[in-house]
Ligand binder design. Structure first.
Ligand code: NA7
Length: 533
């Protein structure tokens, strides 16, 4: 006998989990969300590192389903920081009265499907057992941190943290020698924020990054009124653009003269944000020659800000194209390396060998003495959050083992062999940052809620993708992804950052609008990729 019986158990109380809990509860289901954190927020609970910020404009990173919820919250600037975002998600939880159905400080350990009852038995690290018809995973795309990477790291005598486990009370950097490992979107935010707080900063850089200026600006009442007046426009547009952002491709490379292209790139670049990547020229994603021209434009902008040739060589990429993996946004990041207390340490040809009590030792034996090490080393994206739970589907099959061989889903909403396990933010659906996450998560949460509504209306109790339905989606996904440059550049986008992870472009690259339409069409056709029992 389980301790608790539910209709639906939601794993995670972040952007997707809060909305899913609300939607299913509104339908009258008994539903409870569980989260390992002590509060709501998911990504925005865990990522407390200095400088953590949105890379989406705040006003589109919102729930659009409820006008009051949207209008009664005002953002302070274009790209707010973690603290404000966490406050916003607490505002959402309070406004929708969600907290009474969330169990915090509780990690889901296992979920086992019982084929006789068609229900899941879930266990938690607090010893609870829950019998539930549905398990809905809202664990986030980037929530399983890459933490144990270096021999000896547990013996470090100073403070060592991964950015997504940054202490709530912060770290006092005064008088400290700090090392940051990694220069992805996270490392860049950390470095540009702490450079003037620390005595010495060493940034361990393996792969150079293209980065675009953020151009953050404060918002006054007029700005808030401006974006709030656009709610209806956002509802119509965001779900149908290529990436779920407000902007979309407008020009075709071949139709413009070289001068016109340059003018367009300059114009978009001047506005800041991810637009140059996500909505300048779609050819950037598919055509290596055009991607190279746009890459050179970005390199030129970066070069103009760097004073010495060693920095130019270390910080500006030349061997992969702009946009073929996640493009970070930055604010005066490159200039940080001109400071006397900041050193860029190249570790591509002389990698980090181990961590010793005094600091970081490179392969050549050199020791970098440090008081604090910040690992901005990323995540086991898309799959890690679920493969770290022991999930057993039909015939006792293990999701960890299945995804350890081949990462497959049906539209990122379910996995064949795992009935009534409904998923958000997993591979083969559009995801960060090929989707403004709230746009895609809201759609997925709604699709799942509507599938449950359909089942209740039609007396069905178990849903599962068919093997054929899944195969069709995987083949379509691979064909679409194979045509892009994402498949050719190593990064977390294709699993390259996790040793042994099967290679597949994780995000769906056919566009947010096309994805949404495919999922809605499938449902409208009686859930044609799925079977019920
Ligand atoms: P990323 O983008 O995966 O970046 C991780 C960084 O850590 C990247 O620079 C890596 O270098 C570096 N890294 C990882 N392992 C090592 C080792 N062993 N030695 C040296 N450097 C290492 O993670 P982020 O947290 O920055 O961003 C994740 C997403 O969060 C981001 O895309 C946004 O969507 C939000 P590499 O490039 O592998 O050479």
């Amino acid at each position: 006998m389980a301790d608790t019986t539910l209709d639906a158990l939601v794993i995670g109380a972040g952007v997707a989990g809060l909305y899913e809990l609300h939607l299913l509860r509104e339908q009258g289901l008994s539903v409870r969300a569980y989260d390992a954190a002590s509060g709501v927020g998911g990504t925005w609970y865990w990522n407390r590192y200095p400088g953590a910020k949105f890379d989406s404009e705040a006003y589109i990173y919102q729930y659009l389903f409820d006008e009051d919820l949207y209008r009664n919250w005002s953002w302070s600037c274009r790209f707010p920081g973690q603290e404000e975002i966490e406050r916003w998600l607490n505002y959402v939880a309070d406004t929708l009265d969600l907290r009474r159905d969330i169990q915090f400080d509780t990690r889901i350990d296992s979920a086992v499907f019982n084929e006789d009852t068609g229900r899941w038995l879930v266990t938690t690290d607090t010893g609870d057992t829950i019998d539930t018809q549905y398990v809905v995973t809202c664990c986030g795309m980037l929530s399983a941190p890459m933490t144990d990477l270096f021999p000896g790291q547990n013996d470090f005598a100073g403070t060592l943290v991964h950015t997504s486990r940054y202490p709530k009370e912060g770290i006092d950097f005064a008088g400290k020698r700090v090392g940051v490992i990694g220069n992805g979107a996270t490392g860049i935010q950390v470095v540009q924020t702490i450079a003037d707080q620390v005595t010495e900063l060493e940034v361990f850089i393996r792969t150079p990054q293209y980065a675009l200026p953020m151009k953050n600006t404060p918002y006054g009442p007029e700005d808030v009124a401006w974006y709030q007046s656009r709610l209806e426009e956002f509802r119509q547009n965001l779900p149908n653009t290529f990436t779920g952002f407000e902007y979309d491709f407008t020009d075709t490379w071949e139709e413009l003269t070289p001068d016109q292209r340059r003018e367009r790139l300059e114009e978009i670049y001047a506005g800041g944000s991810l637009q140059l990547w996500l909505a300048s020229f779609s050819e950037l994603f598919f055509d290596p020659a055009i991607a190279e021209e746009i890459s050179e434009f970005v390199r030129e902008k970066m070069r103009a800000r760097l004073k010495d040739s060693d920095l130019i060589e270390l910080l500006i990429p030349t061997d992969y194209s702009f946009g073929s993996h996640r493009v970070p946004l930055e604010s005066d990041y490159l200039e940080v390396y001109h400071r006397d207390n900041v050193t860029a340490v190249p570790v591509r040809n002389n990698p980090i060998a181990r961590i010793v009590p005094e600091g970081i030792v490179l392969e050549d034996g050199s020791l970098h003495e440090l008081d604090v090490i910040i690992m901005a080393t990323g995540f086991d994206a898309g799959t890690g959050a679920l493969t770290r739970i022991d999930i057993r589907g039909r015939d006792g099959r293990s999701l960890t083992e299945d995804w350890g061989r081949d990462i497959r889903t049906t539209m990122g909403l379910m996995v064949h062999g795992y009935p009534n396990l409904l998923t958000t933010a997993v591979p083969l659906a559009p995801s960060a940052a090929l989707c403004n996450m709230t746009t895609c998560l809201q759609h997925q949460a709604e699709w799942i809620s509507e599938a449950v509504r359909y089942m209740r209306a039609h007396g069905k109790s178990v849903i599962e993708p068919t093997a054929e339905g899944e195969e069709v989606w995987v083949a379509h996904h691979d064909e679409t992804a194979g045509a892009t440059l994402f498949s050719r550049t190593d990064s977390w986008y294709n699993g390259a950052n996790v040793p042994g992870k099967p290679r597949r472009v994780l995000s769906y690259t056919g566009g947010v609008g096309a994805y949404r339409q495919a999922t809605l069409d499938d449902a409208a056709a009686g859930y044609k990729s799925f079977q019920f029992s």
